[in-house]
Ligand binder design. Structure first.
Ligand SMILES: [Zn+2]
Length: 257
């Protein structure tokens, strides 16, 4: 008897989770009203540079993210006035739960659950309305951190954790990563080879039909890099050098077959 009750409860929970993921997917990619994205800055460590950078962040520092997403949406025929709104929220003192670099499937599931609970707390303490997508940007002090952990954007839970640099000269590159992770939460997939970081051809190329093919001068946003030649891949210095390709547009339901 108890066994059956337990199984029934488990099935119910799984059903609710499946329904809410399906609902999130549809409601964030129907493009008939503005989608709200909140960017929550977090200082990685208590260093003056990280704290200073986060406290000085202002809306205009991240404005090119919304501009980029809306321009690209318009290019694919989304015709509402403001498809995406990207707003800066006040800095969050608590840091997001850390993910082990070698985490397995179960550990990753547990981590993503903890991140969702963290996101709820952070929004509640901001005292502002809950945005549909919540992106936590952890700013690392570049004097202490040369390489940052992988950023993550999750469609399940509509949450992203981005690792960025607390350096004024890196602001525009940071925004490329933030835009990439926002698009992950909306169902866009990576378009690069994880081993070599090479953009996948043709779906990870901004101009796959260009002749000659190299050098490419724009990056497909989900490829993250553009190919200067067959072996050299560069990170775009700003979103001015990024585009949304057709495959990504299909995933975002900007294009429909
Ligand atoms: Zn990615």
């Amino acid at each position: 008897m108890w066994r059956q009750v337990r199984i029934a409860i488990l099935l119910l929970l799984l059903g609710v989770a499946a329904y809410s993921n399906w609902y999130d997917r549809l409601s964030t990619t129907d493009w008939d009203e503005t989608l709200y994205v909140g960017v929550f800055p977090v200082a990685e460590a208590d260093t003056p540079a990280a704290r200073d950078y986060v406290s000085r962040l202002s809306e205009d520092r991240i404005a090119d993210i919304e501009q980029f997403l809306n321009e690209e949406a318009r290019n694919f025929g989304i015709d509402i006035a403001r498809p995406v709104s990207v707003e800066l929220y006040p800095p969050v003192d608590e840091r997001p739960p850390e993910r082990a670099a070698d985490a397995g499937i179960l550990q990753n599931m547990w981590w993503s659950l903890k991140v969702r609970m963290y996101a709820r707390r952070a929004v509640r303490s901001s005292g502002r309305p809950t945005p549909q997508i919540r992106i936590f940007v952890i700013y690392h002090d570049p004097t202490f951190t040369k390489a940052v952990p992988h950023s993550v954007g999750m469609q399940k839970g509509l949450v992203g954790v981005v690792h960025a640099f607390a350096d004024a000269g890196m602001t525009r590159t940071n925004n490329v990563v933030i835009a990439h992770e926002i698009l992950h939460t909306l169902g866009a997939s990576d378009k690069y080879d994880p081993q070599t970081l090479a953009p996948m051809f043709p779906i990870g190329y901004a101009e796959p039909e260009r002749n000659p093919l190299y050098p490419q001068s724009f990056a497909e946003i989900m490829a993250g890099r553009y190919a200067v030649d067959a072996r050299t891949f560069e990170i775009p210095e700003s979103l001015d050098r990024a585009v949304v390709g057709e495959t990504t547009a299909l995933e975002l339901r900007w294009l429909r077959l």
